[in-house]
Design a binder for this molecule. Structure first.
Ligand code: FES
Length: 146
């Protein structure tokens, strides 16, 4: 029984209650996300969603290849090729903020979706792909942009 059949079987009132409770974030029958992606506001001057001072102690996780941190709903990592990469923390399988960086790919700790560095899904749970961002480095300042 798929979601539509289930909602039909329980009646309109219950279906409304369940549907209404999902307005904050659900997937439809095609697995598409409702428009509840995390809204990132770029800095009006730099245009960056996030800037990180790599010399700061708070960013020490990015000193080693494979290290990552999560800040402002963005997973920022240093991949195994010495490049900085970034993606949303929100999974595309279900709207859970459970993306981490593991084994040189993005990984969701909720149901194990896997995504490569470009955000392409690597298994069925990752089939909706993942939003990734651009990174640029100016001295010790790492910028994350659309
Ligand atoms: S919410 Fe990420 S795999 Fe299901």
């Amino acid at each position: 029984m798929n979601r539509k059949e289930f909602l039909k079987s329980i009646g309109a009132g219950a279906a409304f209650a369940i549907t209404f409770s999902c307005l904050g974030g659900c997937t439809n029958d095609n697995g598409d996300m409702f428009p509840d992606d995390i809204a990132l506001n770029p800095d009006p001057v730099t245009g960056a969603f996030l800037t990180i001072d790599l010399s700061a102690a708070s960013s020490s996780a990015l000193k080693n290849n494979g290290g990552y941190l999560i800040k402002n709903n963005i997973v920022v990592a240093k991949d195994l090729s010495d490049n900085y990469v970034a993606a949303t923390v929100r999974c595309s399988h279900e709207p859970r903020d459970k993306i981490i960086f593991r084994n040189n790919e993005y990984y969701c700790t909720e149901h194990s979706a896997r995504f490569n560095l470009a955000g392409s899904g690597l298994n069925s749970k990752g089939s909706n792909n993942l939003t990734t961002y651009n990174t640029s480095l100016d001295g010790n300042i790492l910028s994350i942009t659309a």
